[in-house]
Design a protein around this ligand. Sequence first.
Ligand SMILES: Nc1ncnc2c1ncn2[C@@H]1O[C@H](COP(=O)(O)OP(=O)(O)OP(=O)(O)O)[C@@H](O)[C@H]1O
Length: 589
Amino acid sequence: MLRLLKQMKAKQWIMALLCVALILGQIYFDLRLPDYMSDLTVQIKTPGSTVSDVLHTGLEMLACTLISAVMAILCGYLNAQVAAGFSYHIRESVFQKVADFGQKEMLEFSVPSLINRTTNDITQIQMFVAMGMQTMIKAPVMAVWAVIKIVNKSWTLSVITAGFVVALLALMLIVVLVILPRVKRVQKLTDNINLISRENLTGINVVHAYNAEEYQEDKFEKANDVLMRTQLFNQRAMALLMPAVGLAMNALSLTIYWVGAAIVNRVSATDLAGRISTFGDIVVFGTYATYIIMSLMMLVMILVLLPMAQVSAVRINEVLDAPISLHEGKMTEAPEQGTVEFRDVSFRYPSSSGDVLEHVSFRANKGETVAFIGATGSGKTTLVSLAARFYDATEGQVLIDGQDVRSYSFDALYDRIGYVTQRAIVFAGDVRSNVLFGESSAPQDDESVQRALSLAQATEFVDKLPGKLDAPIAQAGANVSGGQKQRLSIARALARKPEILIFDDSFSALDYRTDASLRAGLARELSDTTCLIVAQRIGTIRHADRIVVLDEGRVAGIGTHDELMKNCSVYREIAMSQLSAAELEKEGV
Ligand SMILES: Nc1ncnc2c1ncn2[C@@H]1O[C@H](COP(=O)(O)OP(=O)(O)OP(=O)(O)O)[C@@H](O)[C@H]1O
């Protein structure tokens, strides 16, 4: 938790220090009240005291109370500002850190957990600072101050008070030790609830279509039940504390007055002044002793909030301290243009037991189209992810423009590459903001957007949308079709005017005619652009300059369509399963 304080800015530190000063002022004025009460008791009991004496003391008491109340209001206001600003900066830091995460870190943390950490965990910290900061300072200072005030007044009463305090502290310690591990579990269980809810919501149509509502409800209920039981246990344990503290406070007052009565009785009946003074001391002692117990009561509140905030702080620090697996290089210039080369590349996912790619080597020269084909799971997506440096190769070297991908600054690398993912991804906004997404050195005007849309075969559908380039695109592209989404994401890659275009099976969502027009457009207008194309359809890649056939992560053959039809059995099998009898006859198979 303390480490998170680094996120506080100077303005918040100043406000927090002002808060501390106001809290100390509050305590000072609050703790003057018992002295005034003692004076009042003595004045009322002493023969000859006037009403104006009592009124004067009463007014001073009232002034102390009012000053303390004003200080409390000011402190509450500042405290709320500190809490909101502090959580704002933590949220910002977490968001920025997560933006630097690669696929490896995303898999390690999981999306629901990261969302939970950015929202729920930061709210816990904000609540703790808003509600707990005042109490955390006030409770110990008030307790120590009150102890100093009473310690010399009566040893008997001091020992009784100490007994109550020790018993209460022991009870609090036991409760905290019992609930702490469960508090830690609550956040993990909330992650799990998020995961199930997210899965259910994104797959809601499949859930309906497969009558899987009951199955999903069961899954949710189990997770929900565990969370509820854990929270109930914690809250029941905490619920014990408040009445215990209340009981202790009342019992202590009674004991002090009971024992106090005996102490007053011990003073000679003829010594009226002595009796009054001892009685005054007992009243003051009783009030201060209840202040000590009240401080413990405040501590209970902290004990509720602190463990939760502490667990949240650890989870946030885990994100902020997570080592980034992909380190950015510094290079911006390169010896070649538009080339991609894999030199004996092997790759293994952090969670997989064996290599997913083994000793892959190939080269794509400027303006060439190199295609990748292979069975499902043969490693095509993994291969192009390495070219775009979503992961780093476990062995071997991936070179872009003749230079290792690891040596580039991210800006320089992604300025060279236009990447279209297998599953089309669009962002909430409009058509224009989706095509001109991100920073790029390419022109950012409507003409470029129109050209990219036209090449991506998207003009026809965009022209029909109300507002055309200004037409709204819903979150996750919910208001456009799968094929339209794919065309928008292809247009996004083309608008960057990159040297290298990577299409990860991006044409499968397009009909054959659109697929053919798109490829013809690319060949005609982007003849200088190098293309890496992952495809399932032979038709999409048969005219590629080179085709790399992957089989269980290994290269089964490299060559043109004709060469592979002759020499590569894996390729021939794929072709035979897709091409018509007439086409195969033409191929001589
Ligand atoms: N994040 C991951 N962690 C562990 N293993 C993974 C991960 N992603 C993919 N794999 C495994 O790597 C192998 C290659 O996957 P990849 O997605 O590259 O295949 P692909 O040829 O693109 O398949 P498809 O044609 O179905 O898209 C598969 O066995 C897959 O199970």
